[in-house]
Every structure is written in C-alpha cells, then in structure tokens.
Design a protein around this ligand. Structure first.
Ligand code: I3S
Length: 170
C-alpha cells in the first residue's frame, strides 16, 4: 500500500476494504454491526475506518479501482438487504488500489493491537457468512473480518497470522 500523508510514516503492509464487525469489546459481548471498512495493516497494528455518515460516502472510495468500488458497494448492499440475494461475485479483482486512508477521513476509527492476538477461521456458529476470520486481541476485543473474495480473505489471513507470529513475544 502507498503510505498516507495523514498517518505515521511507517509504510503500510496491506490495505483494502473488508466487512468487519466487533463481537466483543474489552471482554464484553457487543451486538454485531457489519460494516464495509477500510482496513490497513501497519506493523503490529490493524487500523479501521468506516465510511462516514449514512448512505454512500463517495470520498471513502476515492482512489479505489472500479472493480473494488463495485464489489464494496455490492457487499454493503448485500449486508443491508434481507433475505440475501444469490449474488455471484467476480473473482479477479486487483488487490490494492486505494491510495489514502479512508479517503477524506483523517484518523482511523479504531485500531487493534496484534501483539499476542489470535486469528482463526470463524466457525459456522460465529457467522453465517463465508470466508470469515475471527480475531481475538489480548485486550479482549474480538472481531469478525470477512470478504466475499476468497483470494482477498486468504491473503489477509496469511498477513494477520504472519504479523501475529512475528510480534508474538513483544
Ligand atoms: O450471530 P448473530 O447474532 O445471528 O448475527 C447476526 C445478527 O447480528 C444480525 O443482526 P440483527 O440481529 O440486528 O438482525 C445481522 O444482520 C447478521 O448479519 C448477523 O449474522 P451473520 O451470520 O451475518 O454474522
């Protein structure tokens, strides 16, 4: 990922739009609230920024490639429409295309410390969605991270696992 002028100078290792929800915060269970979320992996920190306000925040997508934008919108729509339609997603999408952290957003909405965290594929009981990663931090925050595109979520799984092993003893 290109680094953002608004964030600390460490170049980010990975970025992209994922569907994210917290399930536990500081050890307390919270209601799921899936949202299409701009996600950046920087060192041992994972940063998130949701689109702002209600409806579609176009600046959020500034710099995204067209397929990425389309997939993200489809995914947001799919999250808000029930029952879920059978949508088949295009599999080949250029991986990282967005150049700024959350477009117009200057600060990440929340961050997660990956040191001592655990990552695994979420069981069916955790979510009815496919391709869901469960992330548990040492601070007692638990998140579900999902993408409709297997290659995207597999890459994130690998990146998160690698980061966690690299920083395991810090
Ligand atoms: O694990 P749950 O509680 O069945 O998760 C679903 C609910 O959070 C649901 O919200 P409401 O209970 O407010 O209707 C969400 O819309 C679903 O997306 C959640 O399930 P999945 O399986 O999509 O994670």
């Amino acid at each position: 990922c290109p680094s953002s002028p608004k964030l600390p100078s460490t170049p980010s290792e990975k970025c992209g739009v994922l569907n994210v929800t917290k399930t536990t915060e500081n050890g307390k269970k919270v209601r799921k609230n899936w949202a299409s979320t701009w996600t950046v992996l920087q060192g041992s920190t994972l940063l998130f920024a949701k689109g702002q306000g209600s409806g579609t925040s176009w600046s959020f997508y500034r710099g995204s490639s067209f397929p990425e934008l389309l997939l993200s919108l489809l995914s947001t729509w799919k999250l808000s429409v029930k029952p879920r339609p059978a949508v088949t997603y295009v599999q080949s999408v250029p991986a990282q295309a967005v150049s700024k952290f959350g477009g117009g957003q200057s600060k990440p909405e929340f961050t997660v410390d990956l040191r001592g965290a655990m990552v695994e594929w979420a069981s069916k009981e955790k979510s009815s969605k496919k391709h869901v990663i469960e992330l548990k931090t040492r601070q007692g925050t638990e998140l579900l991270i999902q993408s409709e595109i297997d290659s995207v979520i597999n890459d994130w799984y690998r990146a998160l696992s690698d980061t966690i092993s690299t920083h395991a003893w810090e």
